[in-house]
Write a protein that binds this ligand. Structure first.
Ligand SMILES: [Zn+2]
Length: 109
């Protein structure tokens, strides 16, 4: 591989690659790049760029899934809290809990 900036022979390097994706770090082991020892240019071969693009896409999906799951948990907790509140209201209505003396703990969402 010849450096397109200075015409020197570039060195093939296999290096780990890191890139932030949606606030998380995408880490790819052993990508292939070319480095020019005389001018410092860095060339990312087309195949490597494609590979990184695919990995980035996978990471985006993974992050989306993880966030989706967290949302599910939050929704679940909110549901549970609402259910608990309804039960408490029901108990108050039925007179099982007297509002002033036995006021239930506040439930925060
Ligand atoms: Zn160069």
């Amino acid at each position: 591989m010849i450096c397109k900036y200075c015409g020197s022979e570039m060195k093939r390097i296999v290096t780990p690659f890191r890139r932030p994706v949606k606030g998380e770090v995408l880490e790819v082991k052993d990508i292939e790049v070319y480095f020019c020892p005389s001018c410092g240019a860095l060339l990312i071969p087309h195949e490597t760029a494609k590979f990184l693009g695919r990995k980035t896409g996978e990471k985006l999906l993974q992050v989306a899934k993880e966030r989706g799951r967290i949302n599910d948990i939050k929704a679940h907790l909110r549901e549970m809290t609402e259910k608990k509140l309804k039960e408490l209201e029901e108990d108050i209505r039925k007179g099982k809990i007297k509002k002033k003396k036995d006021a239930p703990l506040k439930v925060f969402t």
